[in-house]
Write a protein that binds this ligand. Structure first.
Ligand SMILES: Cc1ncc(COP(=O)(O)O)c(C=O)c1O
Length: 361
């Protein structure tokens, strides 16, 4: 058997949506982008949603629009995908790493406070693997310190904390629609905000510094971060399936849990009761992830390590102590997580995991 880490859940609906774009002869940014933005804003119950080319530039555009300036410090999790920290650098600010909570894998008011300094102007928490914890407390903390909360919620479309969409706790938030995300456009990103000022600032950056296209006169220098209608058409077709995708991901996760229940070395993530999560990945923790990953891969199961700590990344290396991130990186792995996993595939992944421990590793 060969079981990939993740295959996007795409099919006839996406194909038909793409064909309709081509039949209309409209493949650049147009009515489908506008509809996609409208639908995401509605899902998140937020005033504005702006599509951009991917989740990475969404973070950059958000930081700039929120007024993060060169020389500012921005607190980010030590445990995240590198885009969170590298976009702070691209905005010519400095990422300050905070350790995570071992259960939620997210930063907390306490871990933020530990690394707080007087140059910090923003905190960017990241919902991890489709869940988060204490987002309201982080918001209160930022409010009390008079700094911004901005969210990298790349993995969190459809995730709610205390009935409020993740991505909407801060002054702005971002999503990714990369191929492995819950809904995918291939490549795609979104900035969401209730602030009309931030919305216009993101639009300006996205359209060469000018929101009124076609006149070749630009208010300021800017980028081209546009999304095409081709991407948005796929995103809309995916959005129609979101409820099903979430249901199926939860069912798959329950099957993994049931089949690996008796394996004392395996632990699953615990979800904060206030969080309506979406299992972005089937994450497990074991005493030592690396040998299990190697064994699974040798048997055709494309397991994957979790994120590598930011403080150990070549561009950011700093001699700080981040014990939880290091432990999570050592012990965590992601089992195959495709929506369309069959029962046979899930059984194979679990029996191969059991074999590894039964063969006394
Ligand atoms: C936490 C996090 N931030 C940012 C990104 C970047 O998103 P994209 O790949 O769409 O640029 C990702 C996605 O992979 C992510 O997981």
């Amino acid at each position: 058997m060969n079981i990939p880490q993740y295959v996007p859940y795409i099919g006839d609906e996406e194909k038909e949506a793409l064909c309709r774009c081509i039949d209309d002869q409209w493949i650049t940014s147009g009515k489908r982008v506008a509809e996609f933005e409208h639908r995401i804003a509605k899902l998140c119950d937020v005033k504005h949603a702006v599509t951009v080319s991917n989740g990475t530039v969404a973070i950059y555009a958000m930081l700039k629009a929120c007024g993060v300036n060169p020389g500012d410090h921005v607190i980010v999790p030590d445990f995240t995908f590198i885009a969170t920290a590298s976009m702070v650098v691209m905005a010519r600010a400095k990422p300050i790493f905070a350790d995570i909570d071992p259960i939620s894998l997210c930063i907390t008011p306490e871990s933020i406070d530990k690394v707080m300094d007087d140059k910090v102007t923003a905190v960017m928490p990241v919902g991890m693997y489709g869940q988060c914890s204490r987002w309201d407390e982080i918001r209160e903390y930022c409010y009390a310190k008079n700094i911004l909360m901005v969210e990298d919620s790349a993995q969190d479309i459809g995730v709610f904390y205390k009935k409020k969409a993740v991505g909407t706790y801060g002054i702005a938030g971002t999503f990714s629609m990369y191929g492995d995300k819950c809904i995918s456009c291939g490549e795609g990103g979104m900035v969401v905000t209730d602030s009309t000022e931030i919305y216009h600032k993101v639009l300006r950056q996205k359209f060469h510094g000018n929101t009124s296209m076609g006149k070749y006169i630009h208010d300021q220098a800017g980028w081209n971060f546009r999304m095409s209608d081709l991407n948005a058409a796929v995103g809309l077709a995916q959005l129609n399936k979101l409820d099903f995708i979430i249901k199926k991901k939860k069912e798959n996760e329950a099957k993994f849990k049931a089949l690996l229940k008796g394996v004392s070395q395996v632990r699953f993530m615990d979800i904060d009761m206030m969080c309506e999560n979406v299992p972005f990945r089937n994450v497990i923790f074991v005493p030592e992830a690396k040998p299990l990953i190697e064994y699974l891969v040798s048997k055709g199961v494309m397991a994957r390590p979790l994120f590598y700590p930011m403080h150990r990344q070549p561009p950011f290396q700093t001699y700080v102590d981040m014990p939880v991130t290091d432990k999570v990186n050592k012990e965590g792995l992601s089992l195959p997580s495709s929506v369309a996993l069959t029962d046979k595939e899930i059984e194979y992944v679990c029996s191969t995991t059991k074999d590894f421990y039964h063969n006394s590793h």
